[in-house]
Ligand binder design. Sequence first.
Ligand SMILES: Cc1cc2nc3c(=O)[nH]c(=O)nc-3n(C[C@H](O)[C@H](O)[C@H](O)COP(=O)(O)OP(=O)(O)OC[C@H]3O[C@@H](n4cnc5c(N)ncnc54)[C@H](O)[C@@H]3O)c2cc1C
Length: 343
Amino acid sequence: MAGLCAAAHARELGAAPVVFEKGTRPGGSMLLSSCVIWRFREWDDFRAECATGDERLQRVLWERLDEGIAWLEALGAPVLEHETGNPRTVGKRFDPLGLTDTLVRAAGDVRLGEGASEAVILATGGFQGDAGLVAEHVRPAAPLRLRANPWSRGDGLRVGLAAGAELSAGMSEFYGRNMPDAEFSEDEFVPRVQLYGRYARVFNEEGEEFFEGDVSWSENDLVQATARQPGARAWYVLDDWALEQSVRGWKVEEMVAAAPTRLEPSQLPFSAPAGARVAVRVSPGITHTIGGLRIDEKAHVVGADGLFAAGADVGGISTGGYASGLAAALVFGRIAAESVLSS
Ligand SMILES: Cc1cc2nc3c(=O)[nH]c(=O)nc-3n(C[C@H](O)[C@H](O)[C@H](O)COP(=O)(O)OP(=O)(O)OC[C@H]3O[C@@H](n4cnc5c(N)ncnc54)[C@H](O)[C@@H]3O)c2cc1C
């Protein structure tokens, strides 16, 4: 998304940019996403949620997102919902295919299946697709399944580092969802999500309840904690009450029914707690890395003169918690275009 936003904005500012897209289709993970572009309603909430993130970048993101969303609408991107459905956040849900088509049209020259030999704006979408980089920085207890486009393999990170870039905080953090601990396809990225850890009792393979305190609303803290358990997996054990709950309109019972790794509590590898009705073995699907290249408010890569970056190649914005990756790609993609053209 960030590269397309940068190019579309650069074109309207009078430049003739080229987007080099390594994949076989445009849109990256944006195309596969639920496409809710959002920010925290309250600034203090953003700071509290992502307390170890770079405050200056967060401020820019928070202040410029509404204008970015209005820009997408003015380009003709179709909005499906004008609210996020979460009282803590504001934003809009776009149609991912319609948004991709709109941005490709506005960007103009998008070359599929090509990497750039010399890029000015790095926007390759993070390093979650490279198991070696994930093992080095994120250090999960076992390899994580990818829940994202297959092409984001840290190319931007490597180019930035070779040019002298500094790394952001939070290199070990990632955003993802706990999924059934089984193979899943792109079409199942959303419908197979197991987003009810807050209502479950959560055990690791050894039968230990490893997560302390309350699970956050995004459950990203629980997902990251799961990645550090033996085998990078966990068991969600539910009673009747838990099965009757719902999360953001999704019924827990239906999410459980979509999991091929559900079983009777008597089949657990440890003693089931009293009242257990069903258990689901889950493991994290990694969607994007949270650490990456360090940039300043103008999207310059710190330490690498003349290089700019946006989207999940940039780290340190939602560090410590979770914030919209699409929002960061939109805001800093547009800023990167402005900075390149004024430098
Ligand atoms: C199932 C799912 C649901 C999601 N839901 C949401 C949501 O509702 N809200 C939200 O905010 N976020 C959501 N996200 C996350 C969001 O999609 C990402 O944060 C966002 O797309 C990141 O933008 P980006 O531009 O950095 O990366 P991308 O959108 O992935 O774009 C990166 C592009 O770079 C290309 N590329 C990689 N390497 C190279 C190279 N060397 N040369 C050229 N091109 C290259 C890739 O092919 C890709 O097209 C979701 C993601 C998924 C997978």
